[in-house]
Design a protein around this ligand. Structure first.
Ligand SMILES: [Mg+2]
Length: 276
């Protein structure tokens, strides 16, 4: 596990006025939102993490608001994001930036996804050999990434599984083009040159470089996102206050995120920038 850098974020509620002033002053907004744990609560089975109607409604409305660009940046595959969020005008970034729709980013094009797949298959094979007939973590195959899930396992079992995945990775990592990244109850194997911070920053620079970026996330990989926008944007971590983060602010839950998105839209209207 990597140690968390940064400091204690401030509850967004306590900075409401200064944050509102920054939004009012902006010429346009670029919202980049993580999905799991940010827009929807984390659930035991990832396939069940569907958005509520209220969530769909606010995303749809924001994505149609003049002056606002809305991107979902997630470790999920593009295919799953499209299924969960069938919203026109939404920019979708899957697998932490490896899959982006519409094509606005060069990260994907400089990644040899076939080579990544070959390395993922080598990892799967090494893991199978190590596990033998024993317990294996639940494996989610996202084509150009793999997620090893430990949610629901006893801590001792999960720890053993984690160790085996790390060992399998050690065996194949020489010359491999993938890295192993920890998340909440999950280890992910994915393209080594892709990170959410860099890919989202490059998306912002290409799509809306003069806009105010507002980025939200809840997990270890989102620290890259906060780091990439700490100098220019509003960075918000979703979750308990106690954790150090590179984000400046925090909101406690996905429900609070949905409420705040509504407020952003209200502020934008109040500023007379929403075109109505
Ligand atoms: Mg998340």
């Amino acid at each position: 596990m990597t140690a968390r850098k940064g400091r204690q974020p401030v509850e967004l509620e306590r900075a409401r006025r200064s944050v509102k002033a920054r939004i009012m002053d902006a010429s346009s907004l670029f919202l980049a939102l993580d999905y799991d744990g940010t827009l929807v609560p984390i659930v035991a089975r990832p396939e069940m993490a569907r958005p509520t109607e209220a969530t769909i409604a606010i995303l749809e409305s924001l994505s149609q608001t003049p002056g606002i660009k809305l991107a979902i940046v997630s470790g999920r595959s593009l295919e799953v994001l499209r299924r969960f969020l069938p919203i026109p005008n939404l920019i979708l970034s899957g697998l932490h930036g490896l899959e982006i729709w519409p094509q606005v980013n060069r990260v994907a094009s400089r990644t040899d996804v076939h080579a990544v797949r070959v390395d993922l298959d080598r990892l799967l094979l090494a893991l199978q050999e190590k596990v033998g007939g024993g317990n294996s973590p639940r494996i989610e195959d996202k084509r150009h990434a793999l997620a090893f899930h430990f949610r629901g396992e006893k801590p001792t079992v999960a720890a053993r599984m984690r160790k085996v995945v790390h060992e399998a990775f050690e065996e194949i990592k020489e010359g491999a083009r993938i890295k192993l990244v920890p998340g909440k109850q999950v280890l992910e194997a994915r393209a080594e040159n892709v990170d959410k911070g860099e890919s989202t920053r490059s998306m912002w620079e290409q799509l809306a470089p003069s806009s105010l970026p507002i980025v939200l996330g809840d997990d270890v990989t989102d620290e890259d996102l906060f780091g990439a926008f700490s100098d220019v944007g509003i960075t918000v971590r979703v979750g308990k206050a106690a954790r150090k983060s590179q984000a400046r602010y925090f909101l406690k839950s996905p429900a609070d995120v949905i409420t705040w998105l509504g407020e952003i839209q209200a502020i934008w209207r109040e500023a007379g920038k929403a075109g109505n």
